[in-house]
Design a protein around this ligand. Structure first.
Ligand SMILES: [Mg+2]
Length: 180
């Protein structure tokens, strides 16, 4: 049983980190305001500049907060099967991948850094991007994509994509599917 886990928006609170940076720069932004997966589509050009500079900066990924309960969630997933991180690095950052590897140390042993998640095979994919889930689910019709509830997630009616409210619901569903 292989469980693919997207990192940003699933266990790493990228949007929370970016909103913190925006507030430091005088923009009153909170994660609930970010209602598009491409958060650049929600933000003004000035805000986009702040966000881009932050994401390019060494240390940004290293200091990213976890979502509450995320480390324990990864621990529970490890008991269900092989957990593989599948995450897209920010293409304008020179340090993103290295810092992400360090950040995940002790939580996820194997990580694939790619924008093309549909090329990675697994039984399950846990995602916060509707588009990524749709592409992956089409490429892996025997797999199931779990779309985690975030303000930017759109509902879809694809047979092997399931919307889930929280980590506990994902664990329940994977257990029901026979993982031990
Ligand atoms: Mg994501």
């Amino acid at each position: 049983m292989r469980i693919l886990v997207d990192i940003d928006g699933v266990v790493a609170d990228l949007v929370g980190a970016l909103c913190s940076v925006l507030r430091v720069h005088g923009f009153d932004r909170y994660p609930k305001d970010i209602t598009t997966y491409r958060f650049q589509d929600t933000l003004s050009p000035d805000e986009q500049g702040v966000v881009d500079a932050a994401m390019r900066s060494p240390g940004f990924v290293a200091s990213m907060p976890w979502y509450p309960g995320a480390p324990a969630f990864l621990g529970s997933l490890q008991k269900c099967g092989e957990v593989v991180g599948v995450t897209r690095p920010y293409e304008h950052s020179r340090t993103w991948v290295h810092e992400r590897e360090q950040w995940l140390q002790g939580y996820i042993d194997k990580t694939v850094h790619t924008a093309h998640k549909e090329l990675v095979a697994g039984d399950f994919l846990i995602e916060d991007s509707t588009d990524n889930a749709v592409k992956w689910a089409a490429a892996h019709p025997r797999g199931t994509a779990y779309l985690l509830a975030r303000p930017w997630v759109r509902a879809v009616s694809t047979p092997n994509i399931e919307w889930v409210p929280d980590y506990a619901a994902i664990l329940r569903r994977i257990h029901m599917r026979g993982a031990v």
